[in-house]
Design a protein around this ligand. Structure first.
Ligand code: SF4
Length: 223
């Protein structure tokens, strides 16, 4: 097999969709590119993104170009993705608008440099369909506001994140998320994920540190 021959193990995440939101135009572009290159695997990932597989590097580069990203995937350490459920605007159980909060967070933290990849999961109610307790940053909505969870992980060493504060309005949730990520960026070791970081420094120390920076947040020591 040559270097450029398709490998059954090739696997690329396509650019977009943000928070799983797609448009007919985006889907048509993806469908055209997949047909053009006879891509054998097109898959929705658990992170609400689209993946292609079974192709060579040239096809991957061409598809990224066709979708408007000529430089291909960028993988800086930082916010890897923001997942969000339909939230109160679309789901009958929703208490708060997780998609709207996702848009605000995307603007506020998407380009922040961090020690390791960091995933955000936003759920519009306590059912936690976006598994907010096992994301690096998780938020879920209740009648009185957002609860912010930090340091969760769903991988090989899973960890339930620590509740940092509750009853937050959108702006407080964004501000506190920024404070949590700043603290993590300043104190974590290189490539240390939030779960291991929280185990090392302790939830109480972290909570004191970040809540000191953000006024009017109601701390929550209980998970
Ligand atoms: S977390 Fe709540 S609001 Fe979001 S999809 Fe699930 S039930 Fe609906």
């Amino acid at each position: 097999m040559s270097d450029t021959a398709p490998s059954l193990k090739s696997y690329n995440i396509l650019p977009g969709p943000e928070m799983g939101l797609v448009t007919p135009e985006y889907l048509e572009s993806v469908a055209a590119a997949v047909r053009k290159h006879e891509i054998p695997l097109l898959k929705i990932t658990s992170a609400q993104r689209l993946a292609i597989g079974g192709h060579g590097p040239e096809a991957a580069a061409d598809i990224w170009r066709d979708l408007g990203f000529p430089d291909g995937p960028k993988r800086p350490a930082g916010v890897h993705y923001i997942q969000a459920c339909p939230g109160s605007r679309w789901c009958k159980y929703g208490q708060l608008d997780s998609l709207e909060l996702g848009r605000k967070l995307d603007k506020a933290v998407k380009d922040v440099a961090l020690p390791a990849k960091t995933k955000l999961g936003l759920s519009g109610c306590g059912m936690n369909c976006c598994e907010s307790y096992i994301r690096d940053v998780g938020l879920f909505g209740k009648k009185k506001g957002w609860t912010l969870i930090f340091g969760g992980n769903g991988g090989g060493r899973p960890r339930i994140g620590d509740a940092i504060a509750r009853d937050l309005i959108d702006d407080q949730a964004v501000e506190l998320t920024r404070a949590c990520l700043s603290c993590y960026a300043a104190k974590a070791k290189p490539r240390e994920r939030t779960a291991r970081f929280m185990e090392r420094i302790g939830a109480e120390v972290f909570r004191r540190e970040v809540l000191g920076e953000v006024a009017d947040c109601r701390p929550d020591g209980s998970v």
